[in-house]
Design a protein around this ligand. Structure first.
Ligand SMILES: CC(C)(COP(=O)(O)OP(=O)(O)OC[C@H]1O[C@@H](n2cnc3c(N)ncnc32)[C@H](O)[C@@H]1OP(=O)(O)O)[C@@H](O)C(=O)NCCC(=O)NCCS
Length: 222
């Protein structure tokens, strides 16, 4: 593991980041059985970050191979705005173009996501005032548990601190991810349950919003 470095994202990393995001999307469940269209899923998970705010993205690199990433934003409000005005329209057009290619699993997944949405399961309190930054982190399976995640988090927190941002928050959909963030000094701001994977897992998945304040105080800056 000695060769592993954490470095800023470059555009050549885009493909690897998208692939890892797809591989890690569903709590280790076989993705093909849940949502097979890799491009659409990777667009949903990474497009804003890699294409609209690449300066806030960082990768873990093992001898030239990307084995993990943290993709983030300094401003969650901007993320939401760009997703609504740029990314969502593109995704709708792409989905319609490929509708005939969608297999029935993809349609079933989208149906369950829509049900969860209509039940209000994706509504959360707005934490953007105190915790304006956000992040997503994923490490390839073989590289987990080797402190790479913690290294990426420290690197990212130092980056947003230097940008003068007071806090960061994120959503986590597993107990493991929640425990990792608690270990990294985050606190639970909100918790609920999501039902959109119940048809596969036979149970609801937990949903946590975790946050960390960076105690930024301009008066203390020299
Ligand atoms: C969650 C994840 C990012 C953690 O990265 P990692 O490199 O495996 O974790 P680290 O080795 O840096 O662990 C740091 C600390 O967190 C703890 N930790 C990590 N994963 C944990 C888990 N699943 N449950 C409990 N504690 C965990 C470690 O024990 C370690 O504790 P220590 O510093 O006291 O020894 C990584 O495992 C991953 O990508 N998982 C799959 C996708 C995912 O859940 N992503 C998060 C989406 S919000």
């Amino acid at each position: 593991m000695n060769n592993i470095i954490i470095r800023p994202f470059i555009k050549e990393d885009r493909k690897s980041v998208r692939m890892i995001s797809y591989e890690t999307a569903f709590l280790g469940e076989d993705n093909k059985n849940i949502f097979a269209d890799e491009e659409i899923l990777a667009d949903v998970l990474t497009n804003y970050f890699t294409d609209y705010e690449p300066d806030s993205c960082f990768v873990a690199d093992d001898g030239g191979k990307v084995i993990g990433y943290i993709i983030g934003s300094k401003d969650i409000k901007r993320v939401r705005k760009i997703i609504i005005i740029k990314i969502l329209p593109h995704l709708i057009v792409e989905s319609i173009k490929r509708l005939l290619l969608f297999n029935k699993n993809d349609v079933r997944f989208l149906y369950h996501v829509l049900l969860s949405f209509l039940k209000g399961e994706f509504s959360t309190p707005d934490f953007s005032k105190d915790y304006p930054a956000t992040l997503h982190i994923n490490i390839k399976k073989d590289y987990r548990g080797k402190k790479i995640g913690k290294g990426l988090i420290e690197y990212y927190l130092s980056y947003i601190y230097r940008q003068g941002i007071r806090g960061v928050h994120l959503g986590a959909i597993s107990e493991g991810a929640k425990n990792f963030f608690l270990n990294c000094g985050f606190s639970i701001l909100y918790q609920s349950k999501h039902s959109y994977l119940r048809y596969i897992l036979k149970q609801d998945t937990p949903y946590y919003v975790l946050g960390k304040l960076l105690c930024y105080n301009r008066n203390l800056e020299i």
